[in-house]
Design a protein. Structure first.
Length: 360
């Protein structure tokens, strides 16, 4: 492996979530010492079968409790922090916008405040989303210097989190004064992430699996919506590649910035094509396209320009969309139909990924 994380202490907020659990397994496989801070898990079979041997410290707490997250930082003594704790669902943000804003904005501020005054040298990566950009429904892929925005509360809250990051970097974590404050701060914006173990409502792959496995008809409300699909391990490899630059080249302000991580341009694919591929792979499954049941806004077009990460970090995705989808559905089939250990299936995919990756 190119990146050496052995003997590094890593703190992950949101470690009980879908992406946080995969990140924990990947970091552990790479030799890191991992601690986590999150709410208790909800329907996460990978976490449930792996957590006892995975974490040095694990806190089930709310990211909005600033004293609790500060204590977690002090106890775990991280060299590296990945901040993933969030309310991550667009439709849920319409149902409870205040909770979404509170968690995603103030939760980020609490984490950054916890590391302000932390005495140890530390790299911090805050994970936001591809939805932070002001979406103009065009074919143009969004770059890191494009205008931030957000129509729905989730997207808006994540754009606000990016502003919080910018403010802390300018006010407290200036790259030019890093020898004084010892914090290297960056943000990562990933595309539509898929992978085994995600059971979130109103996400296309979990909805596909629930319908096909239960022999029900899948109802697709926005078949022509285009998204940048990528496997969770490709997104995580981007985060870790960025982290390695922050750690190894600590005083270089170049890395302390916002970074897109998404698929190649041909993997910006319509929902209807993802569903068609899934039905073909699953071997059965019925679906139909229906008018949206809600009147809330959802973007029709979303593409990311990841040339900055490709050219400057040397990062490239390993699995294209069709392969990412097959790996994802393979996890669900093995876990649901063959009753295999969910964490063992994930570890098998992690090791296969690492054998192919030029990033890690």
């Amino acid at each position: 492996m190119k990146i050496n994380l052995k003997d590094k202490n890593v703190l992950i907020t949101g470690h009980t979530g879908f992406k946080g659990t995969w990140l924990s397994l990947l970091l552990k496989e790479m030799g890191a010492t991992v601690s986590g801070y999150s709410l208790e898990p909800i329907q996460n079979p990978i976490y449930e079968t792996s957590h006892e041997s995975l974490f040095t410290h694990s806190w089930y707490e709310d990211i909005r409790q600033k004293d609790k997250i500060k204590n977690a930082v002090e106890v775990s003594q991280p060299d590296l922090i990945f901040h993933l704790a969030a309310q991550p669902l667009v439709l849920d943000s319409y149902n409870d916008p205040l909770y979404t804003f509170s968690v995603n904005i103030m939760g980020t501020a609490n984490l950054l405040e916890a590391v302000r005054g932390y005495s140890k040298k530390c790299a911090v990566i805050v994970i936001t989303t591809d939805k932070v950009y002001e979406n103009r429904e065009w074919d143009y892929p969004y770059r890191e210097n494009d205008r931030l925005g957000g129509h729905d509360p989730y997207s808006s809250s994540k754009a606000c989190a990016e502003l919080v990051i910018q403010s802390y970097r300018k006010s407290f974590f200036s790259p030019q004064k890093i020898r004084e404050h010892k914090i290297a701060l960056a943000s990562a914006r990933a595309g539509n992430v898929i992978g085994g173990g995600d059971w979130s409502p109103n996400r296309i792959v979990p909805d596909i699996v629930r319908a096909f496995h239960g022999k029900n008809t899948l109802l697709i409300r926005n078949p022509d919506a285009v998204r940048p699909w990528q496997h969770v391990l490709d997104a995580l490899s981007g985060y870790i590649t960025l982290a390695s630059k922050l750690i190894q080249d600590f005083e270089n302000p170049f890395w302390q910035d916002a970074w897109n991580f998404g698929p190649s341009s041909e993997d910006n694919i319509a929902v209807k094509d993802i569903v068609s591929w899934a039905a073909e792979y699953w071997g059965s499954g019925k679906y139909e396209f229906v008018p949206p049941t809600t009147k809330v806004h959802e973007a029709a077009q979303l593409r990311l320009d990841c040339s900055k990460a490709t050219q400057r970090l040397g990062w490239t995705p390993v699995w294209q969309a069709k392969e990412a989808l097959s790996k994802t559905l393979n996890w669900y089939k093995n876990a649901l139909c063959d009753h295999e250990d969910p964490a063992a299936i994930a570890m098998e995919q992690i090791r296969a990924y690492l054998s192919l990756s030029n990033n890690l």
